[in-house]
Design a protein around this ligand. Structure first.
Ligand code: UDP
Length: 388
């Protein structure tokens, strides 16, 4: 194994490729980054709406949060972040409640004035303690928050979001959300949280702005490109790379119905809808993601989730609910491991539900370990994480 020409191709211009590409460029490699879209930043892309000048999260809301100081420092070196706390509300059965479940939610929902200790005891009396090791979303809910909250806030929403009954989903999905016995209504429990003042696109543009990096937009990857490069980092869907040889992996996609209104629409950035009869999962009001700005008008997105068809944008990998997904994925991983020229990275390359901070953390690791492998003339693995 010898790396002489230092020519590396990155497929996809989202965070994964951008972070790795930059580290390669800084080490003197000649880097090409291609993306089939006409812009960088992948699904984190944000832009100002032409009419209202509001910063729009075009592919759905992104809030940066992490416990990883190195990742926080990494992201802050490129652009200015302002503190932002995500405070989510949910509408259920004709009333509005605070999420994640906290003391306000408990007291409001049950019409009580409990203190933290009383609330803990009260919720304990509602949950099913006979469930020792919750495996499914539903079991996790029944064990830790009880039937009332499960049915009001999670059952309908999850049915809409994932298209299946929560009893067929893993407990890990609900574990993303905390339940608190104080009035802390910060949706995330991470130490660092913020919003880039000029949007996410600018971060990726800055990461990619290096003399050794060439960015080609509106450029679809094809395998013939590979011969020109010593190594390829691929952040597109792994099944697409192998031309769907073992069938298509399944994803949920999102449809956003945009509306523009005068003034204020809902008074907050995120309003979830727990009732299954409301067809959308949530409404986001984008000017509230930049609360330091003032705008006369407002832009909202109603968010609808459904199974992705062939030409839809893949958002959430569907790794559960039976079917042959696991088997197919294993076959693609086997194919990937049989070759040594391509490394699969990011949400789509590894078919995992990834937050931005995890994506960046993994990308930093991939870059450092790959550069080390190159120095030692060692092969670069197809994956740096456990995909199955
Ligand atoms: N969820 C729910 N009701 C809510 C918010 C979340 O049932 O009001 C469930 C839903 O299944 C979702 C999961 O909890 O997929 C994780 O929520 P999170 O907010 O992390 O989802 P994301 O923002 O990644 O879509």
């Amino acid at each position: 194994m010898a790396y002489k020409e230092n020519k590396v191709l990155f497929v996809g211009a989202g965070f994964s490729c951008a972070v790795i590409a930059r580290k390669f460029a800084e080490q003197g490699h000649n880097v090409t980054v291609i993306d089939s879209r006409g812009h960088v930043a992948g699904n984190c892309y944000s832009e100002r709406d032409k009419d209202t000048n509001i910063m729009i999260h075009t592919y759905g809301p992104h809030i940066f949060h992490t416990n990883d100081k190195e990742v926080w420092n990494y992201i802050n070196q490129w652009v200015e972040f302002k503190p932002y706390i995500n405070r989510v509300k949910t509408t259920s059965q004709g009333a509005v409640y605070s999420l994640p479940i906290n003391l306000h939610t408990i007291n409001q929902y049950f019409g009580k004035t409990l203190n933290p200790i009383e609330a803990k005891a009260f919720i304990k009396s509602l949950v099913d303690t006979s469930i020792v090791d919750p495996k499914t979303f539903e079991e996790q809910a029944m064990r830790f928050i009880g039937k009332d909250f499960y049915e009001a806030f999670f059952k309908g929403y999850t049915q809409k979001q994932w298209g299946v009954h929560p009893s067929t989903l893993p407990a890990s999905i609900l574990k993303r959300l905390p339940a608190r016995f104080n009035y802390d209504d910060n949706y995330f429990s991470h130490k660092y949280q913020g919003m880039p003042v000029n949007g996410y696109t600018q971060i990726v543009e800055k990461i990619l702005a290096h003399e050794n990096i060439e960015v080609k937009l509106n450029t679809v990857f094809n395998k013939e490109m590979e011969s020109e490069f010593e190594h390829i980092y691929y952040s597109g869907p792994i099944d697409t790379y192998f031309n769907y040889k073992h069938g298509r992996l399944r994803y949920r996609t999102l449809d956003f119905k945009q509306e523009v209104h005068e003034g204020d629409y809902q008074g907050t950035a995120v309003m979830n809808y727990g009732d299954v009869e409301i067809p959308y999962t949530r409404i986001t009001e984008h000017k509230y993601f930049s609360p330091w700005e003032y705008h006369e008008k407002t832009v909202i997105y109603k968010e609808y989730s459904r199974l992705a068809k062939e030409n839809d944008i893949p958002y959430y990998p569907i790794r559960f609910a039976g079917g042959d997904g696991a088997e197919q994925l294993a076959k693609y991983v086997e194919l990937a491991n049989q070759q040594s020229k391509v490394t699969f990275i990011g949400r789509l390359g590894t078919y995992r539900y990834l937050d931005m901070d995890v994506t960046i953390r993994e990308a930093i690791t991939v870059a450092e370990e790959s550069l080390q492998a190159m120095l030692n003339n060692k092969p670069i693995p197809a994956f740096f994480v456990n995909v199955i």
